[in-house]
Design a protein around this ligand. Structure first.
Ligand SMILES: NC(=O)c1ccc[n+]([C@@H]2O[C@H](COP(=O)([O-])OP(=O)(O)OC[C@H]3O[C@@H](n4cnc5c(N)ncnc54)[C@H](OP(=O)(O)O)[C@@H]3O)[C@@H](O)[C@H]2O)c1
Length: 292
């Protein structure tokens, strides 16, 4: 049995679709099964929350592979960013060890380090140290920006495109190698086909390096809009978004931690080499967005 977390997310849904097409028995750890759409009748459901490890016992019964894709860049009422992305990964790994799982695959953003400016990256780096020393085989998938037409981030940019000018996070110079979630999912499936003996780490990145400014322009062009972009200094953005969070609480449209994701580089010096070694040739942004 394979346990999948984050099956309702951008990458998780693409991975789940592929596993089901292959007839792999899947159990999904989900907070709300409705978030799985029609997939929910084709999987075993384990209702649970990353914030509540006591509730994972049934989820792990009989599991030999754990694919841990859940996480989040904003604090939740029951868990902080650190608990969701660091502590939960560490606890799930320990739980996988206890049931004798033979493969633990998880996600971490490229550049994650204990001194990174982002809380999410720091938390992932700490969990990464535990994963790399685990007594069971593990695969760490270090990824650049993951996207898909219609995902939450792109929908948000398209909405900003209704304004006369689109605000950037800082000067918009942060560089990523955007990778289509469908290409990333193909890579994950290839990694599941060949579990490592020890600890494997792959870097998944798309075929081009783009700044945040270029990414915004490409997304807007695909949506049929040409707009000016305006840099917003990070200090001003932080003050504004922290104020919005204080007023709106969990219903805030965007949090500072989420916006900050767009201000950091997520780059692999290996480019698409690891994806290609898995038999996947990542597609260019313009081809995926239909603007090229
Ligand atoms: N996309 C990127 O470029 C990017 C960049 C940096 C880091 N990451 C990290 O990569 C991972 C997956 O990325 P993604 O883009 O697929 O994210 P996503 O689309 O936001 O999906 C996140 C998934 O995690 C689940 N989840 C969130 N909080 C949970 C909780 N408390 N208990 C159980 N499940 C929970 C969500 O379930 P619900 O449906 O219940 O919300 C959803 O299935 C996450 O760790 C994310 O933080 C992604």
């Amino acid at each position: 049995m394979l346990l999948l977390t984050g099956a309702s997310g951008l990458l998780g849904e693409a991975v789940l679709r592929r596993l089901l097409a292959r007839g792999v028995p899947v159990r999904c750890l989900v907070r709300d099964p409705r978030r799985l759409g029609s997939h929910r009748v084709r999987v075993q459901l384990a209702i649970g929350d990353l914030a509540d490890p006591a509730g994972w016992r049934n989820a792990l019964r009989g599991v030999d592979t754990v694919v841990h894709l859940a996480g989040g860049a904003r604090d939740q009422p029951r868990a902080t960013v650190e608990e969701l992305n660091g502590l939960a990964a560490w606890r799930l790994l320990r739980a996988a060890e206890r049931v004798g799982a033979r493969h633990f695959l998880w996600l971490t953003p490229l550049g994650a380090a204990p001194t990174h400016p982002m809380r999410l990256h720091r938390a992932k780096a700490l969990a990464g140290a535990a994963v790399a020393a685990a007594p069971i085989p593990t695969t760490t998938v270090a990824h650049s920006l993951l996207y898909s037409p219609g995902d939450r981030h792109l929908r948000w940019l398209e909405r900003l495109g209704l304004l006369p000018a689109v605000p950037l996070v800082g000067r918009g110079g942060a560089r990523t190698q955007p990778l289509w979630a469908e290409d990333a999912a193909d890579c994950v499936l290839a990694l599941l086909d060949a579990p490592p003996d020890g600890h494997a780490r792959v870097e998944l990145a798309g075929p081009e390096i783009v700044t945040q400014r270029e990414f915004v322009r490409l997304v807007l062009r695909a949506a049929g809009r040409r707009r000016r972009t305006v840099p917003v200094p990070l200090a001003a953005l932080r003050a504004g978004l922290r104020g919005e969070e204080a007023l709106a609480g969990p219903t805030a449209l965007v949090t500072w931690d989420e916006a900050q994701l767009l201000s950091v580089d997520m780059l692999s010096a290996r480019g698409t080499a690891d994806a290609e070694a898995l038999g996947v040739r990542p597609r260019r942004l313009a081809a995926v967005l239909g603007s090229g």
